[in-house]
Structure formats: C-alpha cells, structure tokens
Design a protein around this ligand. Structure first.
Ligand code: NAD
Length: 284
C-alpha cells in the first residue's frame, strides 16, 4: 500500500520510486519522542516509510518527525496517550484518512515502575499495566481492521527480556512485559488463522541506554543499589550491562531499531508470533 493510489501511479510513470526496505509503507510508532521509539521511527523513515510519530509528549514527537524530515524521510507528529481508547480511534482514523490505510504498527510506549512488590501500590500497578499492556491491546485492536482493509501489515510489540525471565524488584513490570509476549502470540495465531494477512511479533530488548532508566522511580534504584547492581547514572548502567550481557556492553536504541525494521519489512514475511530477543546475550 502506498501513500495514496494516485501518488503510487505518478511515481510509476516518472520512475521516481521511494527507496528502502519499507518503501511506501505507512507506519505508526508509539512512544516515538525518545529512546527506542525515536530510533525505530527514524530508521523506518530513512528506509522509505511514512511515519506517524506519536507520543504523550507532543513536542518530543514533533522533534522526531523533524529528525526524519532532516534525514530525507516523511513523517507527521501526533499527541497520543496509548492508554486512551479514544486516542487510538482518532489516530488510526487519521492514518486511514491521510494515507488510505496502515501497514506497520510499533507498539513501543512504555514505563518502568520497580521496587519491592510488597511496597507497590495498586495505583502504580494499574498505571504500569494501563500503558505497557492495555496500550498494546488497544493498538492491536484498532490497527488490525485498518491493516486488513488495506491488504495486510506487520505489528511489532516491544516487550523486554523482562517479559521472558523474572527479576527481583521488577515483578510488576515483568507482568506487563510477559503479558505483551503471550498476547502477541495469541493475536498472531488468530490473525493467521482468520486470513487477515497481518503478522504480529514481539521484540525483547535487554539493557538499552535510554531515558527510561533515569525516569525509573527511586524505590527501584534503591533496591538495585541494595543488590549492588548499579545506580541511576549512565556509567553504572554500563557496568550493569557489562556484568549481565555476554557481549559486554550496554545496547543502543539503534540495535533495537534494526530488528524492528526487519520485522516491519517483507524480509520477515514468514515470521509471525515469534519473539526477537536483542539483548547482547543475556537470555542465551
Ligand atoms: P523512554 O523513556 O526513552 O521512551 C518511552 C517513551 O514512551 C517516551 O517518549 C514517553 O513519553 C512515552 N510514553 C510514556 N507513557 C506514554 C503514554 N501513556 N502514551 C504514549 N507515550 C508514552 O524509554 P525506552 O527505553 O525507549 O522504552 C521504550 C520501550 O522499550 C518501552 O516499552 C520499554 O519498556 C521497552 N524496553 C526498554 C529497555 C531499556 O533498557 N531501555 C529494555 C527493555 C524494554
């Protein structure tokens, strides 16, 4: 599916093809203002997709759309809270109205609230679930019909190594990311069995250098320091990654964007319901 049938026609006539591994696909990336989401949005834009960069931080989404434009790509920015169903209806409606359909959804927005489970409030538990898991459910629910109507697509849900293995002081986060992992598989099978032509996969980053670590609540870092696992600054993140990841370094958001690009592209056309672990070997 192209930006519009008319544009695709003229592009063909004048032989000016949009180049790249996801050329002419329409892609939504949530949480695109920062970190992994920003890297995914930029990479998809560089590889020829039109990117709808969305975030609860609209100025950040604008900045990412600007980066994509500066790199020669095409993007729009959207204020969007993934936990709000009406925001999803509006966003998917805008994608369809402006571009005629939707090909790629990267459900990336997320937060981390850690600390001992016996200290965690129900309010914090529900807040984390609402963004990390409800947000993915709502995105899948509203993107699937739009993708099916436009001939098919690829949904990529960002889980975590914390969706594969448990960790002390991260049990509530584990619950959200483990939920994303198995939700992905269930939806993948339903979509395949019903012939919707939509592939659904999860990506599992390890320790990646982004702002999520700085934003984590003090209780999380207090417990981590108790375990002598590091503090909230970037040097200590490096140390934590050096210990946990056999490759011996912290990951870069671009490391995750490469995997997301692959799953968004037709190179992965026989992959659905799988989990792509990008963690420097932590889970090996
Ligand atoms: P980040 O904090 O840099 O970026 C997260 C983005 O999500 C921010 O721009 C934030 O504004 C946005 N966001 C937060 N709440 C939102 C909401 N309700 N609606 C829309 N947007 C919202 O963090 P990141 O590390 O880039 O995290 C991206 C994803 O990767 C998350 O799902 C996270 O759980 C996952 N992840 C990160 C790591 C890591 O080490 N950084 C590891 C595993 C998984």
């Amino acid at each position: 599916m192209g930006y519009s049938p008319k544009l695709t026609f003229y592009v063909g006539v004048f032989a000016v093809q949009q180049a790249g591994r996801v050329a002419n696909k329409i892609a939504i990336v949530t949480g695109a203002a920062s970190g992994i989401g920003q890297a995914c949005a930029l990479r998809l834009g560089q590889e020829g997709a039109f990117v709808l960069a969305t975030d609860i931080d609209p100025a950040g989404a604008e900045a990412t759309a600007g980066l994509i434009a500066a790199a020669g790509g095409q993007a729009s920015a959207h204020a969007h809270d993934v936990a709000e169903e009406s925001a999803w209806q509006t966003l998917v409606g805008e994608a369809v109205a402006a571009h005629g359909g939707l090909d790629v959804l990267v459900n990336n927005a997320g937060i981390a609230i850690g600390g001992s489970i016996i200290e965690m409030s129900l309010v914090d538990w529900r807040r984390q679930q609402s963004i990390n898991l409800d947000g993915v459910f709502l995105g899948v629910k509203h993107a699937l019909p739009a993708m099916t109507d436009s001939g098919g697509g690829s949904i990529i849900n960002i889980s975590s190594v914390a969706g594969i293995k448990g960790a002390a002081n991260l049990a509530a986060y584990n619950a959200t990311k483990g939920g994303v992992r198995l939700f992905t598989k269930g939806v993948a099978i339903e979509a395949a069995r019903k012939g919707w032509n939509v592939r659904v996969n999860s990506v599992h980053p390890g320790i990646i250098r982004t702002a999520i670590w700085d934003k984590a609540n003090p209780e999380f870092w207090a417990e981590m320091e108790d375990e002598d696992a590091g503090g909230a600054n970037r040097i200590e993140l490096e140390e934590m990654a050096a210990v946990q990841a056999p490759l011996g370094r912290v990951g870069d958001p671009g490391d995750i964007a490469g995997g997301v690009l692959f799953l968004a592209s037709d190179d992965s056309s026989y992959m659905t319901g799988t989990e792509l672990i990008i963690d420097g070997g932590i889970c090996a």
